[in-house]
Design a protein around this ligand. Structure first.
Ligand SMILES: Nc1ncnc2c1ncn2[C@@H]1O[C@H](COP(=O)(O)OP(=O)(O)OP(=O)(O)O)[C@@H](O)[C@H]1O
Ligand SMILES: [Mg+2]
Length: 257
């Protein structure tokens, strides 16, 4: 069951399918994501959430179906192309360089995605631009004060913030976030939730997360996936009160109470 179409979505999928052999990891998923909003994706383990994120980010090529970012068809785009076009992603597991400082980690992100037009500028100008993006990313992920600290010396929560920083250094418009709160204690979760709320002011977020409190607090709209398919999409209150969702997913969890 879907809501009416969103006008001018920043990202949209049409009947997106990904099969692994006989397994349908995502099945005919057609979703529209509204610019500037937080769209949460919920679903039990194995529902196809990470597969969907991997399809959107170019890590996986769909078996069938289409993906559009703004007016561009990015169905067959590589991760590099997807990143350059303005879509950043975080991984379910931490993906940073432990021996590098925060500054160096973000520098890697900034450097990797500088538009090819920058290559024609003088090296000094190129470096200034990378530096600017790195500083901005550190500020956005809340780690300016930790710029010279090696990633390995920081807490798990800070490492996940740094991972966001690496992504932000690519200056994305849309962030694909796969379980940014995974493995965090309550204090770290609260800090990350506040950070995501801050990022949502200037970005579109697609947020896969098992932490219901955080998703309900952050999201404007929610999609629930079950066995690869979209079960229901709608505003948070609709999903919270949905009989179908409660039966299929929330029914067993105390958060549904
Ligand atoms: N590369 C792969 N090869 C084969 N099967 C896969 C592959 N990736 C995912 N799957 C399968 O596809 C289904 C969906 O997996 P996916 O990782 O997308 O689920 P998820 O909703 O992200 O689950 P979780 O909440 O546990 O992270 C699962 O049955 C999984 O085993
Ligand atoms: Mg997953």
């Amino acid at each position: 069951m879907s809501e009416p179409e969103i006008k001018d979505p920043i990202l949209r999928t049409e009947y997106l399918c990904k099969h692994f052999g006989g397994l349908q990891a995502t099945h005919e998923v057609s979703l529209s994501f509204e610019r500037g909003k937080v769209h949460g994706i919920l679903g039990p383990n194995g529902a196809g959430k990470t597969t969907l994120i991997n399809l959107l980010s170019g890590e996986l090529i769909p078996s069938s179906g289409k993906i559009f970012f703004k007016e561009y068809d990015i169905t067959a785009a590589t991760p590099d192309k997807v990143s350059r076009i303005g879509i950043g992603r975080s991984f379910q597991k931490t993906n940073i360089f432990p021996q590098f400082t925060c500054f160096q980690n973000c520098w890697v992100g900034a450097q990797s995605r500088l538009p090819s037009s920058m290559r024609f500028f003088r090296p000094a100008r190129h470096l200034r631009e990378v530096h600017r993006r790195t500083d901005r990313a550190l500020e956005l992920c809340g780690l300016s004060a930790r710029r010279n600290t090696p990633a390995a010396a920081m807490s798990y929560g800070e490492q996940r913030q740094l991972e966001l920083g690496m992504m932000l250094a690519t200056e994305p418009e849309l962030l694909l976030l796969d379980e940014p709160l995974a493995g965090m204690g309550s204090e770290e979760s609260a800090q990350m939730t506040a950070l995501l709320r801050e990022l949502a002011r200037e970005h579109t977020l697609i947020l896969v997360e098992h932490d219901m409190d955080a998703v309900f607090a952050l999201a404007d709209r929610l999609t629930v996936m079950v066995e690869g398919a979209e079960l229901e999409t709608g505003p948070v209150e609709q999903i919270r009160n949905s009989q179908a969702v409660q039966e299929a997913y929330l029914g067993d969890s105390e958060e549904a109470a």
